[in-house]
Design a protein around this ligand. Structure first.
Ligand code: SF4
Length: 399
């Protein structure tokens, strides 16, 4: 039973992951329960299966650090490591996305609280069905990717990124794969998916827009070898072994992304802290959102439908319907205070600086300062913080 690390008031409404933002747009209650005040909830079987497959795809493309050989290049080796990863995780020896043992001597010495994951299996023997399904996926993946692995492409795998201070927002996430051709001039992004992406997502979904910005940011930071141009983005549907080409994003998409995330921030500032913004920030919001901001609650998107696929907080959602859940604002305040109290017990911290009252007050002033800051209007203004490191370097070179 694991989940994301809970966020404190400083970042809870301004820091967005590429996947978290998608969840928040689809259903506020789900985002609250999965990312803001996560409760120990068993994971969805297909979600952990996807994590395990991602990890094995990564192993396939990773050379051994000393020999430079690829230990899982042969199909038999790939299927053998799949068995070890999946069955080991089912037996609670390590997480689904790594081979790091839960109870390794290192973790024990640290008294690491990491716990094995509970999975809400839908029927008896589902882990075995998914194991065999994984063999089929990896056999097809191998046939399709073995040639690509040998073509001299440089690959960045599971490339994490954080874009701090993007006009009052922070973006973070992980890009599954960046392929850079040997001549280092052209790059493409690959995002692994458990199913087909629909056309609107390929055309302008925010997850890929964030990845494109992240690519520019990583390149500006010198984290991508050479200065390759981004020539394509793909969603790889590993269940059907299909590469779907996505549209490269333009200025309108970046502006749209910024406005969408700003609206999310305004909404959650209202829900969690009762903060008010001028009407131009809220005029596009639905009545449901405006009501949530006033009442301090985060409503699920009812009736349930496609957006509920892989949702692991269905039980809590039912409780909300029956009026058995506290409002989001109270739940968050209590959750945060409990967490702070626990942290202060464990750490030698300066008590006054981390007291919730001090944090909240300091945060209030910071937000007031941000409110009077002008909203970026041009592409140049929008992109400035993303390309800032490259500009600083070229200024340094010139001087
Ligand atoms: S079950 Fe559906 S409506 Fe309920 S929280 Fe999950 S995604 Fe939202």
């Amino acid at each position: 039973m694991r989940g994301p690390r809970p966020k404190g008031p400083r970042t809870v409404t301004s820091a967005w992951s590429a996947t978290g933002a998608g969840v928040a747009l689809a259903c506020s209650f789900r985002y609250l329960m999965e990312s803001i005040i996560p409760e120990p909830t068993p994971s969805n079987p297909l979600a952990v299966w996807g994590q395990a497959l991602h990890y094995v795809f990564q192993l396939f493309y990773t050379p051994h650090p000393s020999t430079g050989n690829y230990p899982y290049a042969k199909l038999e080796a790939l299927l053998a490591i799949w068995g070890r990863v999946w069955l080991g995780a089912v037996n609670k020896e390590h997480p689904y996305n790594s081979l790091r043992e839960f109870r390794s001597p290192y973790n024990q010495a640290l008294k690491n609280p990491m716990q094995p994951e509970e999975v809400a299996w839908e029927y008896e023997g589902q882990h075995w069905t998914l194991y065999q399904e994984g063999i089929k996926v990896l056999t097809a993946f191998h046939a399709q990717n073995e040639e690509r692995r040998r073509n001299g492409t440089i690959r960045l795998l599971e490339q994490s990124f954080t874009i701090r201070r993007w006009h009052g927002l922070e973006l973070h996430g992980v890009i599954d794969r960046i392929d850079i051709r040997a001549e280092k001039e052209k790059a493409q992004l690959v995002d692994y998916k458990n199913g087909r992406l629909v056309v609107p997502e390929l055309e302008s979904g925010i997850q890929l827009t964030i990845y494109q910005l992240a690519f520019f940011h990583l390149r500006a930071n010198g984290q991508i070898p050479g200065q390759p141009s981004l020539v394509a983005m793909f969603a790889y549907n590993y269940r059907r072994q299909e590469y779907q080409r996505a549209r490269l994003r333009g200025p309108d998409d970046v502006g749209q992304l910024f406005w969408t995330l700003l609206q999310l921030r305004v909404y959650w500032d209202g829900v969690l802290f009762g903060r008010e913004y001028p009407p131009e920030f809220t005029r596009d919001m639905t009545n449901l959102k405006l009501r949530d901001m006033k009442s301090g609650d985060a409503s699920p998107l009812l009736p349930r439908g496609d957006h509920c696929r892989y949702c692991r907080v269905f039980q809590q959602c039912r409780e909300w319907e029956l009026g058995k859940r506290p409002r989001a604002r109270e739940a968050y305040a209590e959750h945060y205070q409990l967490r702070q109290a626990k942290r202060m017990e464990l750490q030698r911290v300066i008590p006054i600086a981390s007291h919730p009252l001090v944090v909240n007050e300091a945060d209030r002033y910071r937000r007031l300062a941000e409110l009077v800051r002008p909203v970026p209007m041009t592409m140049e203004e929008l992109m400035a913080p993303i390309l800032a490191p490259a500009k600083a370097r070229s200024r340094q070179k010139a001087s």
